[in-house]
Design a protein around this ligand. Sequence first.
Ligand code: NAD
Length: 248
Amino acid sequence: MSGRLAGRVAVVTGAANGIGRAYAGKLAAEGASVAVLDIADGSGTVADIEAAGAKGTSFIVDVTDPDQVAGAVGDVEAALGAADVLVNNAGIYPNQPLDDMSITDWRRIFAINVESMFLTSQAFTPSMKARGWGRIVNMTSNSVGLVIPGFTHYIASKMAVIGLTRGLATELASFGITANAIGPSLVRTRTTEAGPGIFFEVVPQMQAIKRVQLPDDLTGTLAFLVSDDAAFITGQTFYVDGGLVRAG
Ligand code: NAD
């Protein structure tokens, strides 16, 4: 394989569907071998990776389970080699009014959206540290800067992802590892399509670029952040959202 990521091994969580699947295909097109970690069947994504001419494997892994995450490290290494790139993409976003939200709901959001990233980052970075090169990209959301009812737990979790990313950047910089976050707008995936259709009318009208965002709108930013070109960028959050949220 040639390309910016030739010889690299990437792990993408939640890559059986949606944005993660597009990420896996792009990383493969850039030359990386890609491991799909998901609770759902990732064979479709592996077919995409192979169609791009790269090596791919999928593993059924619940990223909230410390033992499964620890086991995945050895499984990925045996199949493809030690991970150089970790994309923490798995996440859920159920809309739920505050009054209906139980502590179990709250903890589930944090387990999947935040704790999973702590577990994978801790598990996959020792081999990056040993080689003095690594990339972590975490999925947050532009909803942290918007007024969206029913998202208290989700927005809190995605703010925590930004904090986690900053902490990782500080701890890992001396090992040649960067950590950044990407925050999309509303992206058309099978999961968002199952929600209220009105969102697809309203949200693009708030963006500078007034069309519905697609998973492929995010892949170029990911490929850049995990490349050598982005070696001096860390701890940052990139809102790839058609110009909706303006930070700073
Ligand atoms: P999706 O529902 O299409 O895909 C998410 C994947 O994560 C699924 O394949 C699912 O099986 C997997 N997953 C869920 N729980 C898991 C677990 N415990 N262990 C392993 N895998 C698990 O989601 P999407 O729309 O592609 O969103 C991907 C990421 O982007 C999420 O973190 C989401 O919060 C974020 N995001 C999405 C949007 C959007 O509009 N789609 C907007 C902003 C941020």
